[in-house]
Ligand binder design. Structure first.
Ligand code: GRF
Length: 202
């Protein structure tokens, strides 16, 4: 007799900061039938995201520079934990080649602007919104994309726009963009995983 069983997909979220996106992602997948948030990875011991992980009882991994960039990039640890997919939600280190090769097409990032504009090294947080306002852009938004070895560079999955009003400040724009991120990031992650979904025939 043939049974088809859905394999549980395990996500690791990498974050360096407050973790508001991570929290939305945790809540969104809390009772998902085939996707779970299994691990929160951070490079900062005092990052707010680690407190969020504790609140929701999710395992954490604090990573250090030397091992990430010059040794195994934590690929063995992630594979041993059964991690299938990696989501970068405000993670500020570039992803090393070893990790990209180990998770080919399985790492996605969110960027708070419409790439390819306002991306690259040093373009994060308020720097992005200041640059958008300084350039008198009429619109900004979010970009969700696959990750390659260059900052903010891989194939784009989706972009969602918002208008930039004349009286917008970097702070008010950041607020609008955070709302877009919270609204669209979790469901976009789900879509990516569902497209890659494996099923096991027993
Ligand atoms: C988000 O704006 C994201 O686009 C950027 O870093 C920020 C993280 O915010 N890459 P939070 O820590 O999820 O609140």
């Amino acid at each position: 007799m043939m049974h088809t069983t859905t394999i549980q997909k395990k996500i690791a979220v990498f974050a360096s900061g407050a973790g508001s996106n991570t929290e939305k992602i945790i809540i969104y997948f809390a009772s998902h039938p085939s996707i779970s948030i299994s691990l929160i990875v951070s490079n900062k011991a005092n990052a707010g995201v680690l407190k969020i992980a504790a609140t929701y009882s999710i395992n954490t991994l604090l990573i250090e520079k030397e091992k990430f960039f010059t040794q195994n990039a934590y690929t063995d640890e992630l594979k041993n934990l059964g991690i299938d997919f990696i989501v970068l939600a405000g993670f500020l280190w570039r992803i090393p080649k070893k990790l990209i090769e180990a998770y080919s097409n399985k790492i996605i990032n969110i960027h708070p602007a419409l790439l390819p504009k306002y991306g690259g090294k040093g373009m994060y947080g308020h720097y992005v919104h200041e640059a958008v306002i300084d350039a008198k852009e009429k619109e900004s938004g979010i970009t969700i994309h696959y990750v390659d070895e260059q900052y903010d560079h891989g194939n784009i999955i989706t972009q969602i726009k918002c208008s930039v009003a004349e009286n917008d400040t970097p702070d008010s724009l950041a607020e609008k963009i955070h709302q877009l991120e919270h609204q669209f990031f979790p469901s976009t992650i789900e879509k990516c995983l569902m497209e890659q979904k494996d099923s096991l025939t027993l």
